[in-house]
Ligand binder design. Structure first.
Ligand code: GBH
Length: 442
């Protein structure tokens, strides 16, 4: 039996600038921390860089046509800070704005609503050289950049979000050091948490001032945090991991406080007015969800806790060893609704990586990915039945792209990218999701 989504449910796809655009030297773009990190030997799988990526910078008309074919009504993109401010602040690079004008105008022409995320991890190197998120002044220059984007695009873009997954940055970039800039340093991780929250608050204010009719929300990657083993050390790691992963960059925004396990440690970083500046009223909660997160104690990290693989016997895993567990998605939605006062939720990312291969007649039969989407969309319908206020769903991602530390070795797309030729080949899952979207039912 088929199950329908609400008639005004918003279907979309999500992607990010650094992962898709390539053209890293085009039109005055500055360098980002990810350019440096990916060009550092040993940092990414196969030494992959995003110099070319999907060449979305030049091929965006083809990509927008693919979105149209899929039937989505929204595209969540990110603007690259180093395209607008090559050194993070100062002189605006008009040619950077021109690129996003072209993308946004074509989306609108095709009936696709562009959503702008202001920052998906590609921080200008010059900002990092000044301490990056470990320097609280970065919050102010980030808000200046946000103001420029909102002023320029606010006449056409109705949804903005400041920072993609601020929870990932202290955890992965400053704790385990597996994302740019690749550090492991406890005090600076705490400052990074606080600067990210301040940058959120200041930039929400800036967007509201420049684009008063736009909606603004946060985007965070959340999943239930579970201990890898059932013992006291793992339970301790779970409590701290839950706090660091799910709460430190969300509670301050929605509740105005730092969560208990880390509140004392945060005190030295908090100045007068900070907590009020951070807790701006928001219009939606952008929830990225992939998997439950397993953790354990780990002395080689700054927080003393790190993500682990799922324990054996947890059922099917994706190609990046994430557990396929739609019930955890439902659990996460319940947690978000309950803890943050029943916010309006958009699922701003969800998807899976599988080892796709081209058949001799150049098709991709990705039945695992179809099963993943089917399971997660059914869990979303269960959540709607329970009355949670979920207004839309963005699949990650339109096409295969630069998967950060894993380079091109992992594929999350509905569309296969044949990297040597950059040819786009819609996978079976693209055709499947397109039917779901057109029927508005699964
Ligand atoms: C999202 O993050 C990102 O927003 C998106 O850009 C990305 O492509 C997508 O997921 C798929 O991964 O093994 O130590 O390097 C989801 C949360 C946090 C999951 C960082 C992967 C890497 C840990 N991600 N984590 S590590």
């Amino acid at each position: 039996m088929s199950r329908s989504f609400p008639s005004d449910f918003l279907w979309g796809v999500a992607a990010s600038a650094f992962q898709t655009e390539g053209a890293v030297d085009a039109d005055g773009r500055g360098k980002s921390v990810w350019d440096v990190y990916s060009h550092t030997p040993g940092r990414t799988t196969n030494g992959d860089t995003a110099d070319i990526a999907c060449d979305h910078y030049h091929r965006y008309p083809e990509d927008i046509a693919l979105m149209r074919g899929l039937g989505v009504k929204a595209y969540r993109l990110s603007t690259a800070w180093p395209r607008i401010f090559p050194t993070g602040s100062g002189q605006i690079n008009q040619r950077g704005l021109d690129f996003y004008d072209r993308v946004i105008d074509l989306c609108l022409h095709e009936g696709i609503e562009p959503w702008i995320c202001l920052h998906h991890w590609d921080m200008p190197v010059a900002v990092e050289d000044n301490g990056g998120w470990r320097n609280r002044d970065t919050a102010k220059i980030f808000a200046d950049y946000a103001a420029v984007i909102a002023r320029h695009f606010g006449d056409r873009v109705k949804r903005f979000a400041p920072i993609n997954e601020p929870n990932v940055i202290p955890w992965v970039a400053y704790n385990v050091g597996r994302h740019a800039p690749g550090k492991q340093d406890y005090p600076s991780s705490l400052q990074a948490i606080h600067t990210l929250n301040l940058a959120h608050g200041y930039s929400v204010k800036a967007v509201r001032a420049e684009a008063p009719h736009a909606e603004v929300g946060n985007i965070v990657s959340l999943g239930p945090v579970r201990p890898h083993y059932d013992d006291a050390a793992h339970e301790e790691a779970r409590i701290l991991g839950d706090c660091l992963w799910r709460r430190v960059t969300v509670d301050p925004l929605w509740l105005g406080t730092y969560p208990e396990p880390i509140a004392k440690d945060m005190e030295p970083y908090i100045q007068r007015d900070d907590m009020a500046d951070i807790a701006q009223k928001m219009d939606f909660f952008g929830l990225n969800h992939y998997n439950p997160v397993f953790v354990g104690p780990n002395k080689n990290t700054t927080f003393g806790v790190a993500e682990t693989a799922p324990p054996t016997g947890m059922g099917p895993l994706t190609d990046v060893n994430w557990m396929v567990d739609p019930a955890a998605f439902l659990e996460q939605i319940r947690d978000t609704s309950a803890r943050y006062g029943k916010p309006t939720i958009y699922i701003t990312e969800n998807g899976a990586s599988y080892p796709d291969a081209l058949t001799p007649d150049r098709r991709v039969i990705d039945n695992d990915r179809i099963a993943y989407f089917n399971g997660y969309l059914n869990a979303l319908l269960d959540a709607l039945d329970e009355g949670h206020d979920i207004r839309g769903y963005f699949a990650w991602s339109l096409m295969d792209n630069f998967e950060w530390g894993r380079g091109y070795s992992k594929r999350f797309g509905l569309v296969y990218v044949d990297y040597p030729t950059l040819q786009r080949i819609p996978k079976q899952s693209y055709h499947w999701l397109s039917k779901v979207i057109k029927a508005n039912a699964v």
